[in-house]
Design a protein around this ligand. Structure first.
Ligand SMILES: Cc1cc2nc3c(=O)[nH]c(=O)nc-3n(C[C@H](O)[C@H](O)[C@H](O)COP(=O)(O)OP(=O)(O)OC[C@H]3O[C@@H](n4cnc5c(N)ncnc54)[C@H](O)[C@@H]3O)c2cc1C
Length: 376
């Protein structure tokens, strides 16, 4: 069976890895628009940006691995069309057949016109090149304006402070990370950054004058799923590529995973599109099994992590559209703590900060009735 993987990111590389580990011997080709082998993005705003990690540490495998496992990576090759009815895909080199296809095209940074037109150097952070450019720019920019107090904005703020830049972060919500963590934990992140000297401006839109006052502008206002290929092929698309519980698109021999997959989650009971590292890996594994004949639903709870200054955190679960009615915090919000978001007395999401013994326990708490200290 010839398997085509469109997108050479973490999700795509995981599919190829798992196919070979499961003993699949047929042709596997990864079509990668970027000139690189598949790589992981989280270090680009953390260790690599700070200069603590070697740039080469981001690659999922080295070239020898792909050769030894007979996985073809077509670097610098963008897929321009797929035709699910004829089972062919198109590149600049012409048409190529496939039997099963996995879409793993990821996402790209949401652009901001005000920033693009502000007259200052502007950086968006997604690729190895962006990270390199940002590191160089930070080392020569006394002051940085960061638009967006989400994960990437805050991680860049932490890196910029440690490189000695004056940093202002502009976030429209009342607290950073408000949409995911709510006001209580969002405030803990606000305090963390203010404690490290960040000028955090909340609850107001950034202006051209704010940006003009900085030497460098970094925009981190979210990402847009890359769905053009799927949409042009007539696949069902709505905030990502619509997939069923088993990650299959509206066309039976085409699957979609990672940042682009808008997944009908059987445990959460609603659709969810997750832009996280763990989701790219775990959906990649599930889809490899389903390509080889399983029909397994993807049931894992969303998970993500961040590192900022000396704070490391993990978060499991999903509050979702129904929201939460209570959050219980155990520990010290300025140090190590655990938090449990509950709806109708049931934990729907949980996190820890600086409490690495809690990783398994917070995961196990999801779906249980909350009892104080339950994650002990
Ligand atoms: C700076 C940064 C820091 C992050 N930090 C964290 C973190 O701390 N924790 C966490 O959980 N998550 C983090 N993430 C999110 C995580 O990296 C993503 O969720 C993950 O990369 C998604 O993997 P993917 O394979 O779906 O997509 P991607 O990594 O975006 O890979 C998709 C690839 O497909 C290619 N492509 C697109 N269209 C085509 C085409 N038509 N033909 C061929 N190739 C194509 C793209 O060029 C890209 O290389 C971070 C992301 C960034 C950018």
């Amino acid at each position: 069976m010839t398997i085509a993987i469109v997108g050479g990111g973490l999700a795509g590389a995981t599919v190829a890895t798992e196919l070979r580990e499961r003993g699949h011997e047929g042709p596997v080709t990864i079509y990668a628009a970027e000139p690189h082998l598949p790589y992981e993005r989280p270090p680009l705003s953390k260790g690599v940006l700070l200069g603590n990690d070697e740039p080469d540490s981001v690659f999922v495998h080295d070239l020898d691995w792909y050769r030894e496992h007979d996985v073809v990576v077509r670097r610098g090759t963008r897929v321009t069309a797929i035709d699910p009815a004829r089972h062919v895909l198109g590149t600049a080199d012409g048409e190529e057949p496939y039997e099963k296809l996995v879409l793993a095209t990821g996402s790209s940074p949401r652009r901001m016109r005000l920033a693009d037109e502000c007259g200052k150097p502007v950086v968006y952070l997604r690729t190895i090149e962006d990270s390199r450019r940002l590191r160089e720019a930070l080392s020569s920019s006394p002051s940085v304006a960061i638009v967006g107090g989400g994960w990437i904005g805050l991680e860049v703020a932490a890196a910029a402070r440690s490189m000695g830049c004056a940093v202002a972060v502009f976030e429209m919500a009342e607290q950073p990370l408000h949409a995911v963590l709510g006001p209580e934990i969002g405030k803990a992140f606000a305090d963390l950054h203010r404690g490290h000297g960040v000028d955090l401006r909340l609850g107001a839109a950034v202006t051209a004058a704010d940006l003009a006052a900085a030497d460098l502008v970094v925009v981190g206002i979210g990402a847009v799923p890359s769905v053009e290929l799927a949409a042009d092929a007539g696949l069902a698309v709505d905030n990502g590529v619509l997939v069923d519980a088993t990650l299959r698109t509206s066309s039976p021999d085409v699957f979609a995973i990672g940042d682009i997959a808008n997944h009908d989650h059987p445990v959460l009971g609603h659709r969810v599109r997750v832009e996280h590292w763990d989701n790219a890996i775990e959906q990649g594994k599930t889809v490899a099994h389903n390509l080889l004949g399983d029909d397994s639903p993807y049931e894992r709870q969303p998970y993500f992590f961040t590192d900022q200054y000396d704070l490391g955190m993990e978060y499991v679960g999903h509050v979702g559209p129904a929201g939460y009615d209570e959050v219980t915090i155990e520990g010290d919000l300025a140090g190590a703590f655990r938090a449990y978001w509950q709806r109708d007395g049931v934990v729907v999401a949980a996190m820890h900060a600086n409490d690495w013994d809690a990783s398994d326990a917070i995961r196990a708490s999801i779906g249980t009735s909350f009892a104080k200290g339950a994650a002990g």
